[in-house]
Design a protein around this ligand. Structure first.
Ligand code: ACO
Length: 431
């Protein structure tokens, strides 16, 4: 049977056949890699609105139907039944672990949580009021200066050790960033605690006082980590892939991913949502802010609304809304008025013609900040939480890319709009 193709007709009438590639599920994709060679023209797609940048078998999203699956498993089932480390294993190794494999993985991660003692000195070099994401970018990047023994990206075992180190050390680095900001001593990890409880203890214990994580809080945080663990070729993951495509080491690549995640259009949105809710302050002001979000001359956007891919519902937002109810019912520290304000804002926006016609729905970050606040996690740590979770996805994508024999350096082209050739004008001849 003849292979399906798309026919491209050029201005002079000549045609070019572009083969159609089929994935296991999802839209068909036509291959434009030969277009420049055969037509002398580039394809133009800033923001990758219609471009598949790679082959991947990790995460599937159907934005119209609100579907998110990791390695084929629906996010709803993983959120209900799995744990973050099991999900991290699934992302890295393609399959759910057996009980034995999970125990071994938990042991390995648990025994890589300490950071090199001299790495701690790094934190002292930062200003006391540095944003923890700024600290994260620097410290994670610096890991490549400490772990020389696993930097051969062409050695599969080295790649695996680096992946384990990154997943294991990220909570320690995150907690140190917080402690530095607070002016408190660092708390060392404890191997008898699970991943999430260990992180919470490193955040909230002090040498003078132990901290017992509330089981409701630890479960909610683990679930948030699951929901944020991966999201196919989003901005930060694509950043990790692009950085890694040149052969850069994984620590440098993940540091680049953290930098990208920090932006308010991406992972920084959870912090922006709480700032926005605090600014709105009261249900009586909601209409005013909805009007501002619709006004094209006003740069204000409803933070936590809209998504490049999800155009009907973000399945993670549905799960998080439910967790919000659980946390608010079971935790005395929870900020119910804030949640009520968020619910009201959502209700009004979802009925508004502008939001309906623009297909704008709450995204994963609309509710996550409310849960973080209930867990006493300060606002400037929200995006750091996201970074801890997304590290599992970033390393899975990095490993997939480096392990793919067809991978090449990512090198986009451009539509040049600058000056055409012109002659240099000596300084004394310039007007
Ligand atoms: N509030 C008001 N209007 C919005 C919003 C919003 N939150 N989001 C998009 N729009 C409007 C735009 O003004 C534009 O309108 P127009 O076509 O009339 O000019 C239209 O909807 C399309 O918006 P784009 O920015 O072109 O859509 P894009 O897919 O590029 O952006 C994004 C998606 C960045 C998420 C955007 O919806 C946004 O800025 N949302 C708020 C920030 C946010 O919550 N980010 C978190 C995303 S989830 C994550 O990264 C984990």
């Amino acid at each position: 049977m003849e292979k399906e193709h798309v026919t491209l007709t050029q201005p002079d009438g000549t045609t070019l056949e572009l083969p159609i590639l089929e994935g296991s599920v999802g839209p068909k994709t036509f291959d434009v890699t030969s277009v420049y060679k055969k037509t002398g023209m580039f394809t133009f797609d800033p923001g990758f609105m219609a471009t598949a940048s790679c082959r991947s078998a990790i995460t599937f999203i159907d934005g119209e139907k609100g579907i998110l699956r990791y390695r084929g498993y629906p996010i709803e089932q993983l959120a209900e039944q799995s744990s973050f480390l099991e999900v991290a294993y699934l992302l890295l190794y393609s399959e759910l672990p057996s009980a034995e494999q999970l125990t071994e993985f938990e042991y390995i991660i648990g025994h890589h949580t300490m950071i090199n003692e001299s790495l701690q000195m790094f934190y002292r070099g930062f200003r006391y009021d540095a944003h923890p994401m700024a600290t994260m970018v620097g410290v994670v990047g610096s890991l490549s200066a400490f772990y020389h023994d696993s930097l051969d990206i062409h050695d599969a075992r080295h790649r695996e050790i680096s992946a384990h180190r990154l997943i294991a050390k990220m909570p320690t680095i995150a907690a140190c960033s917080y402690k530095r900001h607070k002016g408190e001593p660092f708390i060392y990890p404890r191997n008898d605690l699970n991943y999430t409880a260990n992180f919470m203890r490193m955040m909230f214990a002090t040498p003078c006082e132990e901290f017992e994580p509330d089981p409701v809080a630890a479960k909610a945080l683990d679930l948030l980590f699951i929901l944020h663990a991966d999201h196919e070729q989003n901005a930060s993951t694509s950043t990790v892939r692009i950085a890694g495509s040149s052969g850069a080491n994984p620590f440098a690549c993940i540091s680049a991913g953290i930098a990208s995640l920090w932006g308010p259009a991406h992972g920084g949105a959870n912090e922006a949502v709480l700032n926005m809710l605090d600014e709105i302050g009261d249900v009586s002001n909601v209409d005013k802010y909805i009007a501002r979000a619709k006004d094209k001359s006003d740069p204000f956007r409803l933070m936590g609304f809209g998504h490049r891919v999800y155009k009907n519902n973000d399945p993670r937002a549905t799960i998080i809304r439910k967790v919000c109810y659980d946390v608010l019912e079971n935790m005395p520290t929870a900020d119910s008025p804030l949640f009520e304000l968020a619910l009201k804002l959502e209700e009004i926006a979802l009925k508004d013609e502008y939001f309906i016609s623009h297909k704008l729905y709450p995204n994963v970050d609309f509710y996550s900040g409310i849960i973080y606040r209930a867990l006493n996690i300060p606002m400037n740590m929200f995006t750091v939480m996201f970074a801890i979770a997304r590290t599992a996805g970033w390393v899975a994508h990095w490993m997939e890319m480096i392990g793919d024999p067809d991978h090449r350096i990512a090198r986009p082209r451009q539509l040049y709009l600058g000056a055409a050739e012109r002659a240099y004008v000596p300084l004394d001849k310039r007007g």
